[in-house]
Write a protein that binds this ligand. Structure first.
Ligand code: PEP
Ligand code: MG
Length: 870
């Protein structure tokens, strides 16, 4: 985009929770006929209308039932709550804004009384229209699906043609109504070995998705909605049973044929290996294998379990298993509309979390998230819960009853295949109830002092909720060393091991443990003498660390006088403060995606600016490198759900996501550019693969600079974290002001190993010679263009890697704050000449293990400890 060209496209976020509905379905010819403009309606479940984009309120009548917003690019959006609501004369509406007020995307505009409107207005349908004549057209909209506030809603574009025609959108864009067809009935005999169990039930429901048809199955007098996996399973239909299929709707014929084919066993046994991988049966088989794999490996006293180091250090403490508490619910509700909307909101929140978990997880965890997502939207469950709500029960009670009823019905079938689904249902019950309780504390576990937390997997939000002062260490059965939660643990200085395997389940609560995350071992009940010796060692370590901390405030030079800057990676204000205390000479990487992790709506420009300003102040004038939002792949964020992707690590990630949502990027750039004093902040771009991406962002930076009236330029750096960017480092270095190597992703993409994969965690090593060669190439390219080159990936926090990185020409290490004093002490004992020799040798090695061996030998000769904890 050229700086002077007006922005031509805009993504509108959903202003209201509910069901996205084509305008054609509005019982009002003015809206249905698009006489006021094109767009999409929402059948609301939420009660608050939010701004779909940044802009200014241009109209808000006294009746407060509608509001018009002019976006920053000139498009006008009219939001009209309900049909014929002007007659309510403001009753049941509360406005949070006034005409002339600027608003940010996601800000509250109007809150309304859903019950009252449902009783008194013609319809609740709320049209969101692109006002006719404003020179824009709708290019994409998300009709016919459930939407949450902040979801992708509509994309609009400026077209010359539309400007000439007055901005009318393409009629019917994304909003073709389903045709009403004839009802059909057909009888088929089930030819499925195990009847309609979990897998065929899921296949039937999946086959009907997207078809305009209502389908029911009737077996021996029992009938079920075919769109509901749970209802189908509860039928208990067996092989050989005769089934009556009845369908209505435009696609009735297609739907009936699809279901009949599945019941006749058309897909039985013919599933692809991939489908087999995803099937509930395959999942239960693998759960079983995982559970039984630990049998025979006793986590007895004296056992030493090998794990992968996620956050270095040692901890002595007692085993505490991650637990979840039973949630109490009130049986009686506070009105049907209120409870319905609460349930919808809670499900929407869980859906956001599950989608995020699904995108970031792999293997079993991913499959579980997938299964939960399916069940969350199961029409049978929802129908049952809503029926209870209609009888006056609370949302929480209704949801619990619907789930428990299904579990009982599944168990009554006495089919082990069905029982596996019961656990999924219980888990889902808990997730929705937690959301409904609105009490974050309901999920928080109290820890005893010196707790070593044992869990299968840990979510970043779960870690953040725990009391860090009592958490001595973390031991996970699954997980990866560079996963999100590992990064957070390292940042907090909590020693952590991952990929310890299912044997972890056999350690009883309260067992004394020694977690040695310097060598990668968990010692189970190592005996009082050994524990006492370790405690003494830890005390010695802590006095050595105190000395290192004292020296850490001074600048860092090698023994032969080369300046090596030691910066910090930061993801919060607290970490920035710790970094400054630990002697960081600046921040080499601010992971902005971590700043608003718990939010479900995007932070406004003002909120972002305020947070960056606080961080800059915490660093007292030292450089602050702010990386633009790096989400996608293993880093989903709830407030920006991404489209489902087959392979998220290779999909919308880093700068690609930002260029896909230029509105959010522009906001972030303005927020960064506004930080004072000018010159303290620099911008870092993640996941760059070529210079075109840098040029696009630079153009937007120029535009943002103009918008806020800043004349001073800002430095723009590029993350080298894909093999493409390392190989293109020469041309990238010409376009960028500095380079920063992200070894976490560079290693993942070079070795083609998922950074969160537990089985590959031990082999995912940034000291692999292939990765070192890419670093060498990047450093050479940077040197040729006189650009600085930093390492901000996990390798910079690994003392074994420091000599090699310095030897390859890296002059800035950006590490986790807790490691900085140790790292500075280590660098002060090195000479660049020795490091260069060591690096040349490393490049010639055959494997990462060989490089690690070299590092250990080299450290032994130099008399430096190879790890911060040793
Ligand atoms: C990296 O990939 O090394 C990096 C620093 O980025 P992140 O870990 O945030 O993906
Ligand atoms: Mg990265």
């Amino acid at each position: 985009m050229h700086p002077t060209e007006p922005q031509s496209r805009l993504v509108l976020l959903s202003p209201l929770a509910g069901w996205g509905t084509p305008l054609d379905e509005i019982p009002d010819p003015v809206f249905a006929g698009r006489m006021m403009g094109d767009g999409l309606a929402v059948d609301p479940t939420g009660v608050t209308l939010h701004a779909p984009c940044d802009g200014e309120i241009v109209a808000l009548p006294d009746s407060r039932h509608a509001v018009t917003l002019r976006s920053d690019i000139g498009a006008e959006i009219l939001m009209h709550v309900g049909i014929d609501t002007v007659g309510l004369a403001g009753e049941g509406f509360e406005a949070h804004v006034q005409p002339g007020r600027r608003v940010a995307a996601g800000e509250r505009l109007i809150t309304f009384d859903l019950d009252l409107i449902a009783r008194r207005a013609k319809s609740l349908l709320t049209p969101i229209l692109l006002v006719d004549g404003c020179g824009f057209t709708v290019v994409r909209s998300s009709g016919n699906r459930e939407i949450a506030v902040g979801d992708l809603f509509m994309e609009i574009a400026r077209t010359e043609e539309a400007s000439r025609r007055g901005g009318a959108g393409e009629p019917g864009c994304g909003s073709a109504p389903g045709k009403i067809g004839q009802a059909r009935v057909r009888r088929v005999r089930i030819a499925l070995e195990h009847g309609i169990h979990a897998r065929p039930a899921a296949q039937i429901a999946a086959a009907l998705k997207g078809l305009a048809a209502e389908v029911r199955l009737t077996v021996q007098g029992r009938s079920a909605n075919a769109h509901s996996t749970v209802a189908l399973m509860k039928l208990g239909a067996r092989n050989g049973d005769e089934v009556e299929l009845s369908a209505s709707g435009g696609d009735a014929g297609t739907a009936i044929e699809a279901v009949a084919a599945l019941l006749a066993g058309a897909h039985q046994g013919s599933s692809s290996p991939r489908a087999a991988q995803r099937s509930p049966l395959a999942r239960s088989a693998r759960h079983f294998m995982a559970a039984t794999a630990s049998v025979g490996i006793e986590a007895r006293a004296d056992a030493v379990l090998p794990g992968v180091i996620a956050s270095r250090g040692m901890a002595v403490g007692q085993a505490v298993r991650l637990t979840v508490r039973e949630i109490e619910v009130a049986p009686v509700g506070a009105g049907v509309a209120h409870e319905t909307s609460r349930l919808d909101r809670a499900r929407a929140q869980v859906r956001i979390r599950l989608r995020a978990a699904h995108a970031s997880a792999s293997g079993t965890a991913r499959e579980i998230a997938e299964a939960h997502l399916e069940l969350l939207d199961d029409p049978g469950l929802i129908e049952e819960a809503l029926a209870l709500v209609a009888e006056g029960a609370s949302a929480a009670h209704s949801w619990r009853q619907a789930i428990r009823g299904s579990i009982a019905a599944l168990r009554a079938l006495e089919d082990p295949r069905m029982a596996e689904r019961a656990d999924d249902l219980l888990d889902l019950e808990r997730q929705v109830l937690l959301s409904l309780s609105g009490d974050a504390g309901a999920g928080i576990q109290e820890l005893p002092p010196d707790a070593i937390l044992l869990a299968e997997e840990l979510l970043p939000s779960q870690l953040v909720a725990l009391d860090a002062t009592r958490l001595a260490g973390i031991a996970l059965a699954a997980g990866g060393a560079t996963s999100h939660v590992s990064i957070l643990a390292a940042a907090a200085g909590i020693p952590a091991l991952v990929a310890l395997g299912p044997v972890l389940r056999r350690i009883a609560d309260g067992t004394p443990l020694l977690l040695d995350a310097d060598v990668g071992q968990l010692h189970v009940d190592p005996g009082t003498e050994r524990l006492a010796a370790i405690r003494r060692q830890l005390e010695l370590q802590s006095s050595r660390r105190a000395a290192e901390r004292e020296a850490a405030q001074q600048d860092c030079y090698t023994a032969d006088g080369s300046r090596i800057e030691v910066f910090a990676n930061v993801g919060s204000l607290t970490e920035a403060q710790t970094a400054a205390r630990n002697g960081a000479e600046g921040c080499g990487l601010l992971r902005t995606e971590f700043l608003f992790l718990e939010r479900e709506t995007p932070p406004s420009e003002a909120e972002q600016h305020a947070e960056y300003q606080r961080l800059a102040e915490a660093l007292a004038g030292k450089p602050l490198t702010i990386r633009t939002l790096d989400i996608g792949g293993d880093k989903p964020i709830p407030y920006l759900p991404l489209p489902g992707e087959e392979n998220p690590a290779l999909g919308l990630r880093g700068v690609r996501t930002s260029l896909w949502r230029p509105d959010l990027l522009c906001q972030q750039l303005r927020a960064i550019l506004g930080v004072r004093p000018y010159g303290q902040c620099r911008i870092l771009l993640p996941m760059i693969t070529d210079v075109a991406e840098i040029r696009s962002v630079r153009a937007m930076i120029e535009q943002a600079r103009e918008q806020i009236g800043r004349r001073e330029p800002i430095e723009v750096g590029v993350m080298i974290e894909t093999p493409a960017s390392a190989l293109m480092a020469d041309s990238i270095a010409e376009e960028a002001d500095f380079l920063s190597i992200g070894t976490n992703d560079l290693t993942q993409y070079t070795l083609a190993m998922d950074r969160g994969h537990p089985e590959l965690a031990a082999r995912l090593d940034g000291l692999h010679p292939a990765v070192l060669r890419l670093i060498a190439r990047t450093a050479e390219a940077a040197q040729a263009c006189k650009r600085t080159v930093a390492v901000c990936g996990g390798l910079a926090s690994d003392p074994a890697a420091a000599p090699f990185l310095i030897g390859l020409g890296v002059h800035e290490l950006s590490a986790v704050p807790s490691v900085i004093p140790r790292l500075k002490a280590l660098v002060r004992g090195l000479t660049v000449q020795d490091c260069a020799r060591a690096a040349r040798q490393a490049l010639r090695q055959e494997s990462a293990q060989a490089v690690r061996k070299l590092a250990a030998e080299w450290a032994g000769r130099q008399g430096v400890p190879a790890s911060p904890g040793s």
